[in-house]
Design a protein around this ligand. Structure first.
Ligand code: AHN
Ligand code: ZN
Length: 332
């Protein structure tokens, strides 16, 4: 159910009572500006199940059965929610020179709308738990409940909500592949930043439709950890400061401010960097990071064999999911 707060109307009424003689046109403008749309209720139980469904396939590593099956599942889900689904297949050459088949999955809603917003996450998981305290685990794949599945789970729940009640603008959900194949810590050679984010690099150079554009984009990365704290990540501030303010203000307006302190965080190499630099779409990364964005800010289970369903907290999914929904349902 949609509730509109006619804050603007009250402002206009008070203005009139105080004897100000603004023109009718001006009052209407004031009303329009201050009208806040309440988005539908994001359901964290549903998002949680979408996270679990992905994790149940096992690690989503390139050229594996789990990857193929999970990709098919995500595509079918998007289609069932009424999206036009694009498969963008590409060759991903990873840090050691091996080339795999990879696949970005894109779900587009309301194709006629010219005003569009992109919501992104990566859906692959990391092939090496290279940050695990136990060295024996460094070559074991990560399940990626938080690192991968959480963002996609939130986006699938948003897709389900869009099916029930569409926002005014068009939404494109981007599930980028091969984000997490960045050079492992145990590798003794070069550590190239470009070894991360292969799917978003590919898409940013070759968008799924010609002349694609969006007003802005929001990337969700590791948005399910208990007591996650999302400072304002560095590249997001540099390339998309007004979108950062929009998102963080919304989180505070709806009572989830404790997850979104209005403070500067450090810089993270993530899928939003190519989207900002190559596709030139202002993109904000919602990622748990502290002032330095030290690796420890991603949680103690980051790139370890412990990144499983036990680390997923529905409150965090709710805080992020509802905040993003309030943003997109208020775009006109
Ligand atoms: C680096 O560790 C360089 N970037 C973090 C991006 C990332 C990895 N997101 C999820 N996993
Ligand atoms: Zn990762």
């Amino acid at each position: 159910m949609e509730i509109r707060y006619h804050i603007g109307l009250c402002v206009a009424a008070v203005t009139l009572l105080l004897g100000s003689c603004g023109s009718g046109k001006r009052e209407n403008q004031a009303e329009e500006k201050a009208t806040v749309v309440k988005a539908p209720d994001f359901n964290a139980d549903s998002a949680y199940l979408y996270v679990k469904r992905q994790v149940d396939f096992g690690p989503r590593l390139l050229d594996t059965k789990a990857h193929k099956e999970c990709g098919d599942f995500l595509s079918a889900k998007l289609a069932s929610f009424g999206a036009k689904v694009y498969q963008q297949e590409f060759d991903a050459t990873v840090y050691d020179g091996t080339t795999y088949k990879a696949r970005n999955i894109i779900g587009a809603f309301n194709l006629e709308a010219r005003k569009r917003v992109m919501l992104c996450s990566h859906w692959d998981s990391r092939p090496w738990a290279d940050n695990d305290p136990d060295e024996k685990n460094h070559h074991v794949p990560v399940l990626g409940a938080n690192d991968g599945a959480s963002g996609v789970g939130v986006l699938l729940e948003i897709a389900r909500q869009i099916r029930m009640k569409a926002p005014e603008i068009g939404i494109d959900l981007m599930f980028f592949d091969a984000e997490d194949y960045g050079t492992p810590q145990f590798h003794e050679g070069a550590h190239d930043e470009d070894s991360w984010c292969l799917g978003s690099q590919y898409w940013s150079r070759r968008p799924h439709v010609a002349r694609y554009n969006a007003r802005f984009a929001i990337l969700l990365d590791m948005v399910g950890g208990k007591d996650a704290v999302f400072l304002q990540e560095g590249y997001s501030r540099d390339y998309a400061s007004s979108v950062v303010r929009k998102i963080w203000n919304k989180a505070h307006d709806i009572g989830w401010g404790r997850y979104f302190p209005k403070r500067a965080g450090g810089y993270v190499t993530d899928d939003h960097v190519p989207v900002n630099r190559i596709a030139k779409i202002p993109c904000v990364d919602i990622i748990p990071c502290d002032e330095g964005c030290e690796l420890s800010s991603f949680g103690p289970f980051w790139h370890t064999v412990g990144d499983n369903m036990e680390v997923i907290d529905k409150n965090t999914l709710q805080a992020v999911g509802q905040t993003v929904m309030e943003v997109i349902y208020n775009e006109k």
